[in-house]
Each structure stands twice: as structure tokens, then as C-alpha cells.
Design a protein around this ligand. Structure first.
Ligand code: ADP
Ligand code: ZN
Length: 618
């Protein structure tokens, strides 16, 4: 896209260049012959000059029409006679020639002096082209930057703010967001009855950040907040703030807040916050002044305005980890609302929302469709219902049937497989037992963190499922036994696959990587290996990056030590593998039960997990 744009621009410049050349040719060269000074003198002596004017640097004038032949070369004469208006104008560069005036008098030619006869030519040959270039440039700016950023709009900023008086969206339109809803309810209440909160002097949060994958309903949720509260909704996308000209983005931010404050109470929604709020200094190509200025302006505005006026900022991103920490500080986007990909029940509810206006045949069971669409987000499901309705309409049916949904699912899955992950049933089974293995090992190890949630809903490209553990307390020091237990949990997934399927998959790659890293740290950094003792062997990683003077990869130990380190790491991992195998083999029944439960429910929380597990003696 960008490349095409640039080529396009290049063509405009080439065209402008030719145009300028053409004008020069037409206005100046076509009517005038440039003569050598010697030729001019020859013509002067032969009285072929009608009249002339003497400039400081140029002599210009008219030649007589007849009798030029023989005086100049044949080509020159032809050129002169070809001159457009038949006036036979000429110019020649004036050289130092003290007797010129006498010769002019002698040949009785009419002549006049001229202070600067070339101003018109200068005007034509310089100012006009310059004007044309500026014109082309302005035209291009306008095309590239959209209508708001033409030449005249610099600094004025007609921000593309979309204002909706009434979004018409309510929480009923957003399904499967029960957790987010409670958090946002508070904001709604505040917008509805600000006095109630102000009375007690409480501070309302300025903003909340909605985090979730594309299509999980972040925009919809923000609109629902505005709709529930009945306040105007200002929306703008982070990428729209960042413009070509430095300063425009910042002006837009100012504009946005000024407009919003006039209409308070209201909601400002900034989509794609990451486009503008990327951590400063993250750009490898050096600074991006425009983005930085815009971000700074946003921070200034957020700090400056008074929440009591009733302006609340919601922002959405799917990459919170790259945001500038300044944005996440207290008083800014310090509240985070996570929108996960919906689980099977969430998907069913979302399908219900979107199927409401659609005529369904009675045999259609939305829960079956929900079961067939793991990994789908709200937008995919909305698309699915629509697609099915279109398919049914095309076939002339009176109602949408299950077969239409099946066909639509196949289509959408085909498209999604390229973009994100959609699992087939066999993959889903592998992931279920893998995660069950992690969870079961974690629950078998007293020093490991408790499992709070297990999910086999794919998250992005890398993680197909996850087991979430929450620490029971803050820990700053880890003992060797703690680390060994963590190692066991990391290997739990892989070992479960071995036990259940007698085969292993690539899904454990990340676990193994982390387990190996941990074992390496134990051996080389923490002095936790029996064999190698207390010595540490490598620079801590962080400083290895900063320390430029030292070439990377330089080891401070011998080849034998390297071998010993590798052996120790392997031993740690092998021992862990044996321990985990014993644990899972002993609890095989629970492993199978948990795997099955996961396949069915996709998400298992702590409560369901403890119900399933038998009490352990240890
Ligand atoms: P995001 O902003 O997270 O990319 P959107 O809010 O734009 O996603 O969602 C796109 C569309 O997907 C919505 O307009 C809506 O039709 C549908 N959608 C997404 N999530 C949900 C949900 N939880 N409930 C109902 N519809 C949803
Ligand atoms: Zn794993």
C-alpha cells in the first residue's frame, strides 16, 4: 500500500518536471534564437539587426527577415526562420566589448539600454515552476494524509472524531462478559448520577483499558457503557492520531478533549491505543517525534482534566505489553478489563444475541454450534450467523437450517486457519490432556502455586491452551525445592501426552524451553547443583545485553565445565521427568477425568477442579 503510494507520487513529480520544461520551451525558447556573440557581430556588421536592447548581461533584439543566408551557417539560418512568430527574435550573452557602442552607431541600428530586461523571464522560468511544484506537493499531501491534512490544515486539525449522541448499544447486546460488566457498571453509575459520588469526595477512575484479541467486543463494550449511561460517545482510533506532520496528532488530542468536555458527561473511546501509546524508545529506527508528541499530549490531557466533569476515557488494545508504562500509571489507565476469547457457554450466548433477528429452523441447536467453534471470537460468531443466513437465502429457504451453519463454519474456519488458530478435534484432545497434566502436577506439589483456571481456548498463535496458577502469597526468595516443583509443573503437560497418547506433540516446545532455562539458571546462577557447587558461571542475562564491551557468547569457563553444566541440566530435567511420570501414573484416573471435563467445558475453574480431585494425603 505504502509502496504503491510512493510510486504514484514519483509519477506526479516526473509529470511536473516535464510540464515545467515544456513551459520554458514554449514561452522563451520557441520565440527566440540564441546566437553566439561572434554570429551577432557578423549580423551587426551586415546591418541585419533591426533593433536591440542592451541588458547588463544579455543583448536581445530583432533580426531583419531577409538576407541572412551566407552570413551564418545554414542550420542556424533555418532555425531562425523557423521561429514561431516570424519576428526573428534573438538573444546573445553580452561579452566585454568596448567598441560595441561605436559599432552600433555605425550600423545605424536602433538600440536602447535596459536596467534588467530579464525580470519577466526570471519570473516565468523560476516562479512558475516553483508554484507548480508547490501545487503538486500540496495535492499529494492531501491525497496521502486524507482530507484533514491538506496544506492549509496544518495545525488547524479537523480531527476525525466520531461522535454518537446515542450509541443504542446496551449490555444486553454484549454477551459473555459477566466479569467485565461488574467493573464497568461502576462507571455507568457514575456517569448517570455523578452527584452521588461527588458528594462524598470520592475519586472516580479517569480511564479503563479494555484488553482483548481483535473481535472480542472491545468497541462494542465501550459503546454499551455509553449506551447504558445514556451519554455521548466520542471515538477515535489511535492510528488516526499519528499523522504525517509533527504536531497534528497532539492538536487532535487537544481538540478531542476540548470537544468532549463541552459535551460532558460523556465517554471518550480510543481504539488501538498501542498505535499511539507504544513505549517511547521502543522504535529501533530512533525516535518517532510525532507519536511521542501525541502521546505526551494525551498524558497531559489525562492529567489535566477533572473527572468531576464526567468525562471517562476508555481505551482498547490487544497488546498491553508494549504500552508505555506512563499510560498505565495510577490516575491514567490503571484499571484493566480483560476480554478473553469466549468459552463454549459464552459463544452460545453470543450466538443467541446475533441469531435474534434471524429466522432459525426449529432443529437448529446453538449449543451444538458453540461446541463446534472453539477459538471463535464475537466478531467471528456474528459473521457466522450472517453467513449462514445468506447461504440459506441464496438457496431459497424459509429459515436458516443447521446445514447452513455447518457450511458457514467450514468457510470461516478455512479463513481463520490462516490467520489464527482453530483446533481440529484431535488437536483439541491433545491440548486438553496436556493442560490437565500441568494442572494435576501443580496440585500434587505442595510448593507450586495453586491452579486457578485451566483453559483450552486458543490464545493467539502460540498458546493453544493454558493453565493459570495464582501464587498464594508474594514470594521474593525461592528455595531449591520451590524451583524443582516448578520444573515438575512445566513438564506435566509433556508427560501427560506421553502417558495418554503414547506419543508427544510439538505443543510442549515452550514448556521444555522454559524448563531448560530454569534448570540452567539453577546450575549456573543459583549454585543449586550438587556437582558444580556454588560457583556461578555466566553473567546474569540482563547485564549481558547492556554490557557492550564484552562480546556476546564469551564463556568464562572451560570446555569441561561446559560439559559438566550440560550434564547437570540434563540430570535435573531427567529427574523431574521421572518424578512427574510417577505422579501422573498414580493419578491416571483423575488425569483422564480432568481431560474429559476440559474437552467438554473448555474452561475449568478452581472450584470444578477441586471437586474433581480426590483429597491427597501429602
Ligand atoms: P474489537 O473492538 O474487540 O475488535 P468489536 O467490538 O469491534 O471488537 O466487535 C466486532 C463485532 O463482533 C461487534 O460489532 C459484534 O457484532 C460482535 N461481537 C464481538 N464480541 C461480542 C460479544 N461479546 N457479544 C456480542 N457480539 C459481539
Ligand atoms: Zn504446556
Amino acid at each position: 500500500m505504502e509502496k504503491k503510494q510512493r510510486q504514484f507520487a514519483l509519477w506526479y513529480f516526473i509529470a511536473a518536471f516535464w510540464l515545467v520544461l515544456g513551459i520554458h520551451e514554449f514561452l522563451i525558447a520557441r520565440h527566440t534564437e540564441t546566437l553566439l556573440y561572434s554570429d551577432f557581430k557578423v549580423l551587426l556588421k551586415a546591418s541585419k539587426v533591426e533593433d536591440l536592447s542592451l541588458g547588463e548581461r544579455i543583448i536581445s533584439g530583432r533580426l531583419k527577415r531577409e538576407g541572412l543566408e551566407g552570413l551564418l551557417s545554414k542550420e542556424k539560418v533555418e532555425e531562425i526562420q523557423r521561429l514561431a512568430d516570424g519576428e526573428h527574435r534573438f538573444v546573445t550573452i553580452r561579452v566585454s566589448d568596448p567598441t560595441l557602442i561605436q559599432e552600433l552607431e555605425a550600423s545605424k541600428v536602433r538600440f536602447a539600454g535596459e536596467v534588467e530586461s530579464t525580470w519577466f523571464i526570471t519570473l516565468l522560468s523560476w516562479v512558475l515552476p516553483a508554484l507548480i511544484f508547490v501545487g503538486v506537493w500540496a495535492f499529494l499531501m492531501k491525497r496521502v494524509g486524507g482530507p484533514a491534512s491538506g496544506l492549509m490544515a496544518i495545525g488547524k486539525s479537523k480531527a476525525k472524531v466520531y461522535m454518537e449522541k446515542e450509541t443504542g448499544v446496551t449490555f444486553a447486546d454484549v454477551a459473555g462478559i459477566d466479569e467485565a460488566r461488574t467493573e464497568l457498571m461502576e462507571i455507568v453509575e457514575f456517569l448517570k448520577t455523578p452527584e452521588r459520588y461527588r458528594r462524598l469526595g470520592g475519586k472516580i477512575p479517569k480511564g479503563a483499558l479494555i484488553v482483548g484479541a481483535p473481535g472480542t467486543g472491545k468497541t462494542l463494550l465501550a459503546k454499551a457503557v455509553a449506551g447504558e449511561a445514556g451519554v455521548p460517545f466520542f471515538s477515535m482510533s489511535g492510528s488516526e492520531f499519528v499523522e504525517m506532520f509533527v504536531g497534528v496528532g497532539a492538536a487532535r488530542v487537544r481538540d478531542l478533549f476540548a470537544q468532549a468536555q463541552e459535551k460532558a458527561p460523556c465517554i471518550i473511546f480510543i481504539d488501538e491505543l498501542d498505535a499511539l501509546g507504544k513505549a517511547r524508545g521502543l522504535n529501533p529506527m530512533g525516535g518517532h517525534d510525532e507519536r511521542e508528541q501525541t502521546l505526551n499530549q494525551l498524558l497531559v490531557e489525562m492529567d489535566g482534566f477533572d473527572t468531576n466533569k464526567g468525562v471517562i476515557i476508555l481505551a482498547a488494545t490487544n497488546r498491553p505489553e508494549i504500552l508505555d508504562p506512563a499510560l498505565l500509571r495510577p490516575g491514567r489507565f490503571d484499571r484493566h478489563i480483560a476480554l478473553d476469547r469466549p468459552d463454549i457457554r459464552g459463544r452460545e450466548k453470543i450466538l443467541q444475541v446475533h441469531a435474534k433477528p434471524v429466522k432459525l429452523s426449529p432443529e437448529v441447536d446453538l449449543s451444538v454450534i458453540a461446541a463446534r467453534t472453539p477459538g471463535f471470537v464475537g466478531a467471528d460468531l456474528a459473521n457466522l450467523v450472517n453467513e449462514a443466513a445468506l447461504l440459506a437465502a441464496r438457496k431459497g429457504k424459509d429459515a436458516v437450517e443447521m446445514a447452513d451453519f455447518d457450511e458457514a463454519i467450514d468457510r470461516i474456519v478455512g479463513g481463520l486457519e490462516k490467520k489464527t488458530r482453530v483446533m481440529n478435534p484431535a488437536e483439541k484432545e491433545t491440548v486438553a490432556y496436556h493442560e490437565a497434566g500441568h494442572a494435576l502436577v501443580a496440585e500434587s506439589r505442595p510448593r507450586a502455586d495453586r491452579v486457578s483456571k485451566i483453559s483450552i481456548i486458543p490464545r493467539g498463535v502460540a498458546a493453544l491452551g493454558y493453565t493459570q496458577q495464582l501464587p498464594t502469597e508474594d514470594r521474593y526468595l525461592l528455595k531449591r525445592a520451590d524451583l524443582l516443583d516448578r520444573l515438575d509443573v512445566l513438564l506435566g503437560g509433556r508427560v501427560a501426552e506421553e502417558l495418554v497418547f503414547g506419543d508427544v506433540s510439538t505443543g510442549a516446545q515452550d514448556d521444555l524451553q522454559r524448563a531448560t532455562d530454569m534448570a540452567r539458571l539453577m546450575v549456573t546462577q543459583y549454585g543449586m547443583s550438587e556437582h558444580l557447587g556454588l560457583a556461578t558461571f555466566e553473567e546474569p542475562r540482563a547485564s549481558a545485553f547492556l554490557n557492550i564491551s564484552k562480546p556476546q557468547g564469551v564463556r568464562e569457563y572451560s570446555e569441561q565445565t561446559a560439559q559438566a553444566i550440560d550434564e547437570e541440566i540434563r540430570k535435573l530435567l531427567d529427574d523431574a521427568h521421572t518424578r512427574v511420570e510417577q505422579t501422573l501414573a498414580a493419578r491416571r484416573g483423575e488425569l483422564d477425568a480432568l481431560g474429559k471435563l476440559l474437552l467438554e467445558k473448555e474452561v475449568v475453574d478452581r472450584e470444578a477442579l477441586t471437586q474433581l480431585l480426590q483429597p491427597q494425603k501429602s
